[in-house]
Design a protein around this ligand. Structure first.
Ligand code: PEP
Ligand code: MN
Length: 339
């Protein structure tokens, strides 16, 4: 931490702050300028008491950190990208994985048809929400446990691993054994008790970025999972809320590039929730590969016009097949294999 003193301080002010720094378990290194004094407090900020309390001393102008607040997910600590085993698949290696399926589980036929089509087109994992966190309480809330049973049957029939969102801790027991990757949605990305409960299951997690979360907040949410014993975390950029209204959210591609550079976890992109419209999904998907994403999660529905949720952004089977064909040269240029 760096502590900057206000102009006009005395030698006794400096000694007082140095004393407080030592009391908090750090070693002060003081640099006296002509007008200002800066005290560098050396010590592990994750292991010691927070120095932010020093900002309450009237002569202190500013206190700011020099260490990153996330450690375990940082490439500074572990440079290699984490690879995550899911069934026979490996996420984070040189295969570009595409998770595809409807927004919500609606029926066995809907899930089975979707699974068969997306698998033929090259998707390796199947998505489908049984529990839906909807903005309006009047909207479809998901089939719940019934939806999980459908996912289980489709998994048995097709062999595809399942990605599905967990919205509350008490659903976890029923989800485990069926769901291979627990999705934490944008609305729950800062629900720290849910993150801790999901970490305890050790099941792989797809962690969406909160809709107004900074990159640091997103990586700190991942740190919660890893610190609490679950290293199997996949980050997912799904667009953030901005002033733009032409798209549902704004896909932050720089966050994908930055997360790949800073963080040792695989990064996926969700072009469906970013765009909120099917006609932009393919373009955003190609861009995602170009900036270094490890995979995609894409919404696909047998008949988007009749979907119970997110109809306008879901691809038809035909659109999905075209998307997979369009991705091929981008994957090759990024030295990634498409499954
Ligand atoms: C979803 O994947 O259907 C979903 C609700 O996503 P998000 O949390 O990104 O809005
Ligand atoms: Mn959706």
């Amino acid at each position: 931490m760096i502590i900057v003193l206000k102009p006009g301080h005395t030698q006794s002010d400096i000694e007082n702050v140095e004393h407080k720094v030592r009391e908090l378990g750090y070693e002060p290194h003081t640099i006296k300028g002509v007008v200002r004094t800066v005290i560098n407090a050396i010590g592990d900020e994750t292991a010691h008491a927070s120095l932010e309390v020093l900002a309450t001393i009237p002569i202190v102008e500013r206190v700011f950190p020099i260490q990153k607040r996330y450690r375990m997910v940082s490439r500074e600590v572990t440079p290699e990208t984490t690879t995550i085993p899911v069934g026979n698949l490996e996420i984070g290696g040189n295969t570009f994985h595409v998770i595809a399926g409807p927004c919500s589980v609606e029926s066995y036929e809907q899930m089975l048809r979707t699974a068969e089509h997306v698998k033929t087109s090259g998707a390796t994992l199947l998505r489908g929400g049984a529990f839906k966190p909807r903005t309006s309480p009047y909207d479809f809330q998901g089939l719940g446990v019934e939806g999980l049973k459908i996912l289980d049957r489709v998994k048995q029939a097709t062999g595809m691993p399942i990605v599905s969102e967990v919205v509350k801790e008490t659903d976890l027991k029923e989800m485990l054994g069926i769901v291979d990757i627990l999705q934490i949605g944008a609305r729950n990305a800062m629900n720290y008790s849910l993150l801790e409960a999901v970490a305890a299951t050790k099941t792989p997690v797809l962690l969406k970025r909160g809709m107004a979360a900074t990159i640091e907040e997103w990586l700190l949410a991942a740190e919660y999972l890893v610190k609490n014993g679950n290293p199997n975390v996949i980050l997912c950029e799904r667009g953030i809320r901005t002033f733009e209204k032409a798209t549902r959210n704004t896909l932050d591609l720089s966050a994908v590039a930055l997360a790949r550079q800073e963080c040792n976890l695989p990064v996926f992109v969700d072009p469906s929730h970013a765009a909120g419209r099917h006609d932009l999904v393919a373009a955003l998907s190609c861009a995602a590969i170009a900036v270094g994403a490890n995979g995609l999660i894409v919404e696909v529905h047998p008949d988007p016009a009749t979907a119970s949720s997110d109809g306008s952004q879901q691809l038809t089977f035909e659109m999905f097949e075209h998307l997979m064909q369009r991705l091929a040269p981008f994957a090759e240029a990024a030295c990634m294999k498409l499954a």
